[in-house]
Design a protein around this ligand. Structure first.
Ligand code: G2I
Length: 471
């Protein structure tokens, strides 16, 4: 029996084999021997998925917090800083500072950003809470346009509309000032967001939509189906996934995610947390990850905070790290499940057409670089998607060395959005990543070690340039 992960890796190796010059074949053989992902982002990236967290700007000065966040996650959501009240506290006066802190931190660390949220009945600034009718509709659309335009090109996916449906069995829209502007307010918001940032995926995001039997799930499903049928620009559905004993992970979760994906949208788990502890919590987390990995268009998972103490419901200890930053049993079960592999994400359905397709051969920059010390860095290609590609760098010690560092330089508009098997730092431009070993970098003469990364290519398929420096 082969596991899906083994089959996936074999397929990837075969693909890499076919396309490489003889000089790099020997090094490419090192790829399948690479360790399973040792962080959440690395393990998720093996099947083309991201693993994210919500970040609070107020905690970016906390070293334990940022160390964990930087190491484990490659998709960042602002927990509160990009909501309507934070972005536009007074009418026409936008305050970008706290949102920028999060977006800049993410980009400086090579991470992508989910934007949360453009239009929502909750967390409206006071001036908007008092509005109704066409004046409110205009103000809402203006907000969507301004915020999505300001962050254009920096957002992987926007929660365009958040929580617009009622709980309970009605299947109705939630009564809110936005809903009272007319039933078409949601599609109007999506159209405005598409016009403002054509490169961002546009999501509808909600909670209690996990159980396929529930009326709310069915109501959201019918709206998305209708939007797809009528050409309303929607690319994804976010499942917040806030679970507790009264609202456990449903046994039909996979069915729900698959049915939505079959409508032709990506699905994402956007705010995952599960109250509880120990093995029961760990098993529920495992079930959620397993459900996502089984759905090709489930493109990633975001947990709603780093440590239990960072959570909006800290008493329920719902996250993957305890208050001291230690990995919980739930962390281990998530990591192990990610490392089981899953259905690879095929084409993520980037809404913007890729500007230039790769020719039969991309113009490669040199794949071998002698480096400044006694090590050599060699590039080999990995999995490719329509918006990104994976690469592996193999470091070879030409004599015994006690350590190494390797720079990987990508060209604008490319960005490195995920890494594994090393500790990266970045220059101010974000184009040059310096990778160092996570543990000891000592290598015997002739010994090799590999690290990997994902490049969002934005139309440029050029291979990165490499250097290697030994110590
Ligand atoms: O309620 C959980 C989540 C449900 N889905 C949408 C998410 O946006 C929502 O996140 C929570 C944040 O985790 C909380 O941190 O949204 C709450 C309301 O926006 C956030 O709570 C707010 C409090 O209401 C404020 O009083 C407080 O100043 O958090 C702020 C910062 O701690």
């Amino acid at each position: 029996m082969t596991t899906p992960r083994q089959r996936y890796r074999r397929g990837r190796l075969a693909a890499a084999f076919g396309g490489l010059a003889a000089a790099t074949l020997a090094v490419t053989l090192a790829v399948p021997a690479a360790a399973a992902g040792s962080t959440l982002q690395a393990a998720a990236a093996e099947s083309g998925r991201y693993f994210g967290t919500a970040i609070a700007a107020s905690r970016l000065n906390d070293g334990t917090y940022t160390t964990i966040a930087n190491r484990e996650f490659n998709m960042i959501t602002a927990e509160n800083e990009m909501k309507m009240d934070a972005m536009q506290p007074s009418r026409g006066q936008f305050n970008w500072s706290s949102g920028d802190r999060i977006v800049n931190w993410a980009r400086q660390n090579g991470k992508q950003v989910r934007g949360h949220a453009l239009a929502w009945h909750s967390q409206q600034p006071g001036w908007m809470q008092n509005m109704e009718g066409s004046a409110l509709r205009t103000a809402m659309l203006d907000h969507v346009t301004q915020v999505a335009s300001y962050y254009r090109g920096k957002i992987y996916a926007w929660d365009v509309v958040n929580e617009a449906f009622d709980d309970g069995s009605s299947g109705a829209r939630r009564n809110s000032n936005l809903q009272r502007t007319g039933n078409d307010w949601i599609e109007a918001a999506f159209r405005a967001a598409r016009a403002a940032d054509p490169g961002a995926k546009l999501c509808y995001n909600d909670y209690n939509t996990d159980n396929w039997q529930h009326a709310k799930t069915q109501a959201v499903y019918n709206m998305v189906k209708d939007f797809k049928a009528r050409g309303v620009p929607i690319d994804c559905v976010g499942f917040q996934a806030h679970f507790n004993s009264g609202n456990p992970v449903p046994s039909n979760y996979h069915t729900t995610l698959q049915n939505f994906a079959d409508l032709g949208v990506d699905v994402q788990i956007t705010e995952l947390d599960i109250e509880g502890s120990g093995s029961s919590q760990a098993q529920q987390y495992q079930g959620v990850v397993q459900a996502c990995l089984a759905v090709a268009r489930c493109t990633g998972i975001t947990v709603w905070g780093v440590r239990d103490t960072d959570s909006w419901r800290a008493n329920g200890t719902p996250l993957l790290f305890d208050g001291s930053g230690n990995k919980k049993a739930a962390y281990t079960s998530v990591l192990n499940q990610l490392n089981q592999g899953g259905t690879p994400v095929p084409n993520p359905g980037n809404p913007t057409p890729t500007p230039t397709q790769p020719g039969t051969t991309p113009t490669p920059t040199p794949t071998q670089n002698p480096g400044t010390g006694s090590c050599t860095a060699t590039y080999s290609e990995g999995q490719k998607w329509n918006d990104r590609f994976n690469g592996t760098v193999t470091i070879r010690a030409n004599g015994a060395i006690s350590g190494w560092s390797s720079t990987v330089t990508v060209r604008q508009p490319q960005r490195i959005i995920a890494t594994w098997n090393g500790s990266p730092t970045w220059d101010a431009s974000g184009n040059v990543m310096t990778m160092r070993p996570s543990g000891s970098g000592a290598l015997a003469a002739g010994q090799t070690v590999s690290f990997g990364f994902t490049v969002q290519h934005n139309g440029d398929w050029t291979w990165p340039t490499l250097t290697c420096s030994a110590s």
